[in-house]
Design a binder for this molecule. Structure first.
Ligand code: PLP
Length: 368
């Protein structure tokens, strides 16, 4: 079976986990602090805060930036549902924005402009497949409209200026992402005060940490804000530090394999379109392609599975899920709907071989 996404796990991860068990301190200790420092350094920022998922991280980004009831947040519908759910967690209203087009399936600046009303307070951009949105352009857009800029960077760790130009960003270490802690996430912020607020909010809004109290550095605490339990534990942080060290190498391998896919499709199967240009800045999280119009995608996926190749769809558009359809019954986003009806995600992970890529393209070509 050629699987869609495979985490790379080995002896180093085992050792890291065992050392936490041997040490006896299990959550929010020195390993979390070390993981945060390493993540911040790799992204060229001063500090980072580890959380237990990217979803929790997105919630904290919105909450710490003061987004709430009565506010609107511009967001793509071509994303994982968590991006949009987080807007509802803080009581704000999502405003779905179409994508630019089939070749660049990113949130469209022109459509965002058209839908940006007087209640808009923030825009969440999502680096689809790891391909970075134009962050300088979105920074200007946000500034021109008085919006906070938030990045859903679940697909795009350690690439370009990710996390450096926005007001806040959230990363994911879920099992199928470019690096994993099984479950986990990280947040960055443009201002240190926002990051400090997120640190407070991830642990019930308490003013001192568990380790400080354990060590007798603090005997009491205040609760100065509404918080949650979004903490990361030491096991995940220890594993995360090991994974992070290999992330640049894995991202590079993913880029090589993506370029190979692109070359093979243009040589052998030009009817299959590959979004974005080969030189686009990317962590190459996904390998999305667009099937020719009129192809029964369900049948293609079933036959690929029979041929031992796992495929997927990224994503069913969020505004078409029944929960969101009830809220936005008449909304139509033609580019998003067209893209999502033809998109097929092919296997891509660092352990894939060039031969694997060749057989995926060969199998798809035969089926088409
Ligand atoms: C995976 C993912 C999330 C959620 O990440 P978790 O860490 O599982 O909460 C959010 N947004 C996007 C785009 C994702 O791919």
């Amino acid at each position: 079976m050629i699987s869609l996404a495979d985490p790379v796990l080995g002896e180093d991860e085992k050792e890291a986990l065992c050392s936490v068990i041997a040490g006896g301190w299990l959550t929010m200790g020195e390993r979390v602090a070390a993981f945060e420092r390493a993540f911040a350094e790799l992204h060229g920022v001063e500090a980072a805060a580890a959380v237990n998922s990217c979803t929790a991280g997105l919630h904290l980004c919105l909450a710490a930036l003061g987004i709430g009831a009565g506010d609107e947040v511009l967001v793509p519908s071509l994303t994982f549902v968590a991006t949009v759910n987080a807007i509802l967690y803080v009581g704000a209203e999502p405003v779905f924005v179409d994508i630019e087009g089939l070749g660049v399936p990113h949130i469209s600046p022109a459509d965002a402009e058209a839908r940006c009303g007087p209640r808009a307070r923030a825009v969440i951009v999502m680096h689809y497949g790891g391909y970075l949105v134009d962050l300088p352009e979105w920074r200007s857009f946000a500034d021109a409209h008085g919006l906070k800029l938030i990045e859903d960077a679940a697909h795009a760790p350690a690439v370009g200026e990710v996390g450096r130009l926005s007001d806040a960003s959230a990363f994911s270490f879920f099992t199928n992402k470019n690096m994993t802690t099984a479950e986990g996430g990280m947040v960055l912020a443009g201002q240190s005060s926002v990051l400090e607020t997120m640190r407070g909010m991830r642990s019930h809004g308490m003013s001192t940490g568990t380790l400080d109290r354990h060590r007798g550095h603090a005997f009491s605490y205040d609760v100065g804000m509404l918080g949650f339990n979004y903490r990361m534990d030491e096991l995940r942080a220890a594993m995360g530090t090991v994974q992070l060290a290999r992330l640049p190498e894995w991202n590079a391998r993913r880029r090589e394999l993506s370029s190979l896919y692109r070359r093979l499709f243009s040589e052998r199967l030009p009817r299959v379109c590959v979004p974005f240009a080969d030189e686009h800045k990317t962590s190459a999280h996904l390998m999305p392609v667009l099937l020719p119009e009129g192809i029964d995608r369900g049948r293609v996926m079933a036959r690929m599975r029979d041929a031992g190749i796992q495929t997927s769809i990224h994503y069913p558009p969020v505004h078409r899920f029944s929960f969101y359809r009830r809220r936005f019954p008449d909304l139509s986003l033609p580019n998003t709907e067209n893209f999502c009806s033809r998109e097929l995600t092919l296997p891509l992970h660092p352990s894939l071989s060039a031969e694997n890529v060749d057989s995926v393209v060969e199998a798809l070509g035969k089926l088409l």
